[in-house]
Design a protein around this ligand. Structure first.
Ligand SMILES: *Cc1c(COP(=O)(O)O)cnc(C)c1O
Length: 450
């Protein structure tokens, strides 16, 4: 809650030191360029070898995934999304926001990832598989050389039912963990924060998941899940605030993206830079993807995070250097947003430290704009995303219109290269949203357009 003194300084002192804080506490949209941005490989942190290890694990599980989730069979059990060109959207927002937007605009459709319809299908499902593999190897009922489709047999489900998995979530991570764990046979407990949508709770209960509802926000739901698991040696806790496995699951996206860009003959080099815009909650999804992209493309990729004006937790943590020792509520910011996937008041310190010299900047976006963008995207490209997943578009537009954004471009991209830039909006979720809810989102956006 809001206190007068934060880490020994008054709010006014903090604002003097970081003038952007004044706009943030007034809930205005801001664009912060990261003063520590400089790509340097950090030898003490995770490496490409870890990313490759995660990639190989997903490949081992692919025959199992293909068998138990029919919709993944056509991709041989690989959970991957399309990278699509959206020129009509680009043209429309150019007119709508009266701004020239050079380069090619693409959408990474994690909204349509199979199984759970959001970016959490990367990290969340990966971590459950990792745990299942560890257990099965340890009990010598599986070897690394086996065909993992065996895991669909009843003796495995029986085995896994002796173990449980817990997680705290604003919704989408719960869906991914819940669906995957229940399929393997685990008992699952999903601790949901107050902002989690009713349909997500209903869907999980249908799948046999125990949903524990909390009146408080994300951080508290996570704390409750962690507490429950700490009392039970056969319960595994998926820690959205500090899990290395979740992080690595997300990072594999970079290797897959590289391949997709190559298949589409899109070059990424000094003359053809890549800009990626990622919605940020606690930081794991965008952080993992950024980490992988920096390993793959180095200085030629520029990653921007986006947060709601009501939940700018990663921005606050990185700018002040306080990481998880500060919450937006300390500064009187309420963490109330319609972008439920991003409704996080306290950032992950683990992620913040890994990415603090890798991300180019963070912008914030008003909820209303997410609905406007949702409707424009639906009208132009017939793609429907959930509000959180539209956030990247705002950052893309602001890069070309805000003073901070323009300065970043001047400092990093030669004028003659601007037309060569590939811009990727990470569309982090949406395909699981029930039609009725989506219609309400769409109509809300329609009203903002007039
Ligand atoms: C979880 C989520 C994000 C952000 O991921 P974090 O790991 O919380 O930063 C973005 N968009 C959607 C739709 C999400 O569900």
């Amino acid at each position: 809650m809001k206190t007068d003194v934060i880490h020994g300084k008054s709010i006014d002192d903090w604002k003097n030191e970081f003038p952007l804080l004044s706009d943030m506490t007034e809930l205005k949209e801001v664009f912060w360029m990261n003063p520590k941005y400089k790509f340097t490989e950090d030898p003490s942190s995770l490496t490409m070898e870890d990313v490759r290890d995660a990639e190989a694990r997903l490949a081992r599980f692919a025959p199992y995934i293909a068998k138990v989730f029919q919709e993944t069979a056509k991709d041989n059990g690989f959970i991957e999304s399309q990278l699509v060109s959206i020129p009509k959207m680009q043209e429309r927002i150019e007119k709508f926001y009266l701004n020239e937007l050079p380069g090619q605009l693409l959408l990474k459709c994690d909204s349509h990832l199979p199984i759970s319809g959001s970016i959490k299908a990367r990290g969340g499902i990966y971590e459950v598989l990792k745990y299942a593999e560890e257990l099965a190897l340890k009990h010598q009922i599986l070897t690394l050389e086996d065909d993992y489709s065996r895991l669909a047999e009843p003796d495995f489900t029986e085995f896994f039912s002796g173990y449980s998995i817990a997680v705290g979530s604003t919704g989408n991570l719960g869906l991914s963990i819940g669906i995957m764990s229940a399929k393997l046979g685990f008992k699952v407990f999903v601790h949901m924060s107050a902002d989690a949508k009713q349909w997500k709770k209903d869907l999980l209960r249908e799948k046999g998941v125990t949903v524990v509802e909390h009146a408080s926000d994300f951080s508290e739901a996570v704390a409750q899940g962690r507490k429950q698991a700490s009392d039970d040696p056969n319960m595994y806790f998926v820690d959205d605030e500090s899990s290395k496995h979740l992080f690595l699951g997300y990072s594999v996206a970079a290797l897959r993206l590289k391949k997709q860009l190559e298949e589409q003959n899109r070059r990424v080099d000094e003359e053809h830079p890549l800009f990626v815009y990622l919605p940020c909650g606690v930081g794991g999804g965008p952080g993992g993807v950024t980490f992988g992209l920096k390993l793959v493309f180095g200085d030629n990729v520029h990653c921007f995070f986006v947060e709601p004006t009501h939940s700018p937790c990663m921005l606050l943590g990185l700018m002040t250097g306080l990481h998880d020792e500060v919450a937006v509520q300390d500064f009187g910011i309420d963490n109330k947003t319609e972008a439920d996937g991003l409704a996080v008041g306290r950032p992950s310190a683990f992620i913040g430290k890994v990415i603090e010299n890798k991300i180019s900047g963070i912008s914030t976006v008003e909820d209303e704009k997410l609905f406007t963008l949702l409707t424009i995207l639906a009208d132009t490209e017939e793609i429907f995303l959930e509000p959180s997943a539209l956030a990247g578009f705002s950052s893309y537009v602001e890069l070309f219109s805000s003073e901070a954004g323009k300065e970043y471009l001047r400092n990093h991209i030669l004028d003659t290269h601007l037309k060569n830039v590939t811009h990727i909006i990470w569309g982090t979720g949406g395909s699981m949203v029930p039609e009725r809810e989506m219609k309400q989102y769409y109509e809300r956006g329609k009203r903002t357009i007039g």
